[in-house]
Design a protein. Structure first.
Lengths: 424, 321
């Protein structure tokens, strides 16, 4: 490119910068209801944000179009309570930073006049963004951030559909009890291992609380930084403590590192109950068969389709639209637009107070959600969905299979897990 | 001390009047947010300039001072109900003390060695705060909402008070910087920047003046940290103590022109709107195009105009004469 002069380069760059501004805007439809969606669409978490976005896009398509699905507002076009008005999403990029969460929430409310907000994925960003919407008196329906503190602040305009980390931690202990009662497996001691940011340390706190409540002895309580490059000392302490069960809250890179170190050093508890990192799309490709038998919390698994045809129908639509399997992140974000739109439809108004009142009266039955829940109803005080629970999936033959709750299990849980030496 | 020309005085007067009227002219909180961010980074840049631009101490660790300021006032408020304005002063003092502590061992480091040490310092602070249970560790601190008032340093119904406070902070730091630049200290700092040894031979107390520059810079930076905390009402190590904040501060100053009083202001006035607008207009597409355009602009300026935009303006001014 010898003849690329400085001038041409600058002009080209300028034109590139302006191009999105001169594309004509689509003709505004007579009746559209705007909602704002905050996600980390660029930056470190861009791939996750994109996954969240796909879930929301599909949900809005189902709400606006006519689909023979047992989901709220699927069989009608648009929002029936407002004469079939269409839902329009105003996308806002947080870049994963709290200050942008605030700025973008304010911008879409004051400039685009959205009637409600969804999203943010990260708990820290959600925290700040929901403070902004509280000040502006705009409803916020979150179905993807999991810090328990979000719904403990007494906010009036903030609702959470999905389970929080406290619920997930509780699930793990309920699983252990069920295991003892139904599968006659004895568990006495647990080790708690967690990365030390907001997510991990909250899980650690909840784990310790439930261990006491359920009467398990905690033989190790270990926190670490998630960008550690060597965890042999942590694993050494675990081996020394020799717990029946390991409870681990991690992100992806540390999940991979720990799994490798477990194998190298031969750490063999009866079971490993883990969170987050172990179910990210990058985990299994990196670790392959060594990930087998690890149990992970999840809100969603494709095999739920066996018991719940709706899950299969939605997952098929997703795969047709994007060419990839529906991930947990996409599935989590999927539900928020339905909850918000269904409340707007019942409120028959876009007035914030009316929508909040309708949200408080939300009662979506279990057969209309794509998770194994009894439905969606908000606690009058915290506005957390009281029916939100997680499931536990176990990696078997390098696939995530639902193993708990036992009544919706797609596979039998393998317990105790085989020692590293005896694996081929 | 250099005297200002009539033209300079009338231009700055007009700019000030325009800035004072800006909140009345615009609607929507985003326009206000944008200007607040411009002022915020301009102030951080001006504070950096005192040590980086004049004294040649290229700090890539300003986030540490910023975070210490934000954390001190927020912790004092959440734990002991200390008024944030007092917290602001306490944060400034704490940051200046930290600066002195780090300044002593680093006082003989030059050029990139100082830059490396500053990064290390900021990372130590970040990791320490990340594990410090008393101040919320990695979970951070949430500042509970209070009634809005100047006394509480908290406003809900309008962003205008934040705007004026941040503008006042900017003017204050510009005043401090102009004073440093034109005082005896400014000349000493420039002498130190040119050559440590020559300055020492000429009788300049190198360590003392370098320390003074770092401490003033740290105090002003911490003050902005408190403002940030009161503006966002939530902070964790990831949002106030990370390296990208330090880099952004250096960028703003270098782009506008390090070593001139107004340089960082111009840098912030160019960089922040570009970064905010590209995010708003392009970020939602998720293509990363906004970052590419942003990066390209920075590259163009650093390759073709290393003195910064202020250098370009000066060249134009000289031609006119």
């Amino acid at each position: 490119m010898g003849n690329l002069t400085r001038r041409n380069f600058v002009i080209g760059g300028g034109a590139l910068a302006l191009s999105p501004l001169i594309v004509p805007r689509a003709f505004a439809q007579a009746k559209t209801i705007k909602i704002g969606a905050l996600y980390p669409l660029t930056g470190n978490l861009a791939s996750t944000g994109l996954d969240n976005r796909r879930g929301v896009e599909l949900a809005v398509e189902i709400i606006n179009g006519k689909y023979d699905l047992n989901l709220p507002l699927a069989r009608t076009e648009g929002i029936p309570g407002l004469g079939g008005a269409k839902l329009e999403v105003v996308w806002a990029d947080t870049k994963g930073e709290p200050k942008n969460g605030q700025a973008e929430a304010e911008r879409v409310v004051t400039q685009d006049h959205v009637v409600g907000i969804i999203g943010a994925y990260q708990s820290s960003v959600t925290k700040v963004a929901s403070q902004a919407t509280e000040r502006l008196k705009v409803p916020y329906v979150c179905s993807d951030a999991s810090s328990p503190t979000l719904t403990e602040r007494g906010l009036k305009y903030f609702f959470r559909v999905s389970p929080h980390d406290g619920i997930f931690a509780h699930d793990q202990f309920r699983f252990l009890k069920d295991l003892e009662a139904q599968k006659k497996q004895k568990v006495q001691t647990v080790a708690v291992l967690y990365e030390n940011t907001e997510f991990g340390s909250n899980v650690g706190k909840e784990d310790l609380r439930y261990a006491q409540e359920y009467g398990y002895k905690v033989v190790a309580d270990i926190s670490y930084t998630n960008n550690a490059t060597d965890v042999t000392s942590e694993v050494g302490r675990l081996i020394k403590a020799s717990p029946d069960v390991l409870l681990h809250a991690s992100y992806i890179t540390d999940a991979i590192l720990f799994t490798k170190t477990f194998k190298e050093m031969g750490f063999n508890p009866k079971g490993m109950l883990t969170m987050a990192g172990y179910i990210e799309p990058g985990y299994l490709p990196a670790i392959k068969a060594d990930g087998n038998f690890i149990i992970v919390r999840s809100t969603f698994a494709l095999d739920l389709a066996k018991k719940k045809p709706l899950v299969g129908q939605v997952a098929d639509l997703f795969k047709k639209k994007y060419g990839i399997e529906m991930s947990e992140n996409a599935a989590r974000s999927f539900m928020a637009p339905f909850v918000l739109a269904e409340a707007i439809s019942r409120a028959k108004s876009t007035d914030a107070e009316a929508i909040v009142k309708a949200l408080q009266g939300t009662n979506i039955p279990g057969d209309q959600v794509i998770y194994p829940w009894k439905g969606i109803q908000f606690d009058p005080k915290t506005q957390q969905n009281v029916h939100a629970t997680g499931t536990l999936v176990q990696i078997q033959d390098q696939k995530y299979l639902t193993v708990w709750p036992f009544e919706s299990a797609a596979a039998d849980v393998v317990w105790p897990l085989p020692a590293w030496k005896s694996r081929k | 001390m250099k005297t200002f020309t009539k033209r300079q005085i009338s231009i700055s007067g007009a700019v000030l009047v325009l800035l004072a009227l800006y909140p009345l002219a615009v609607s929507g909180s985003f326009a206000m947010h944008l200007m607040i961010m411009v002022f915020l980074f301009a102030t951080l840049g001006v504070a950096w300039n005192i040590m980086g631009g004049y004294a040649g101490m290229f700090s890539f660790g300003q986030a540490a001072f910023f975070g210490i300021g934000a954390y001190t006032s927020s912790f004092l408020f959440t734990a002991y109900h200390v008024n944030p304005w007092i917290g602001l002063l306490a944060g400034g003092v704490a940051a200046a003390a930290a600066a002195a502590l780090i300044g002593i061992p680093c006082s003989n480091l030059r050029g990139h060695y100082f830059a490396i040490a500053s990064i290390a310092f900021a990372e130590i602070v970040r990791i320490h705060f990340n594990n410090w249970k008393l101040i919320g560790a990695a979970e951070g601190l949430t500042i509970p909402m209070q009634d809005e008032s100047l006394r509480n340093f908290m406003f809900h119904s309008s962003k205008a008070p934040y705007y004026y406070i941040m503008l006042a902070f900017l003017l204050l730091s510009l005043g401090v910087c102009a004073w440093v630049a034109t005082s005896r200290m400014g000349f000493y700092l420039r002498a130190i920047k040119e050559s440590h040894d020559v300055a020492k031979v000429l009788g300049v107390d190198v360590v003392r003046y370098r320390m003074a520059a770092i401490m003033i810079s740290a105090f002003l930076t911490a003050m902005v940290g408190t403002f940030y905390a009161q503006y966002i009402l939530y902070l964790d190590p990831e949002s106030v103590l990370i390296l990208p904040i330090s880099v952004q501060i250096v960028l703003v100053s270098m782009l506008g022109g390090a070593g001139s009083v107004m340089g960082p202001v111009i840098g912030a006035a160019i960089l922040l709107p570009i970064s905010e607008f590209t995010r708003v207009k392009l970020g939602f597409k998720g293509s990363g195009l906004d970052m590419i355009i942003y990066g390209t602009l920075i590259m163009l300026i650093s390759v073709y105009q290393p003195q910064g935009v202020w250098g370009i303006l000066q060249k134009i001014g000289r031609k006119k004469k």
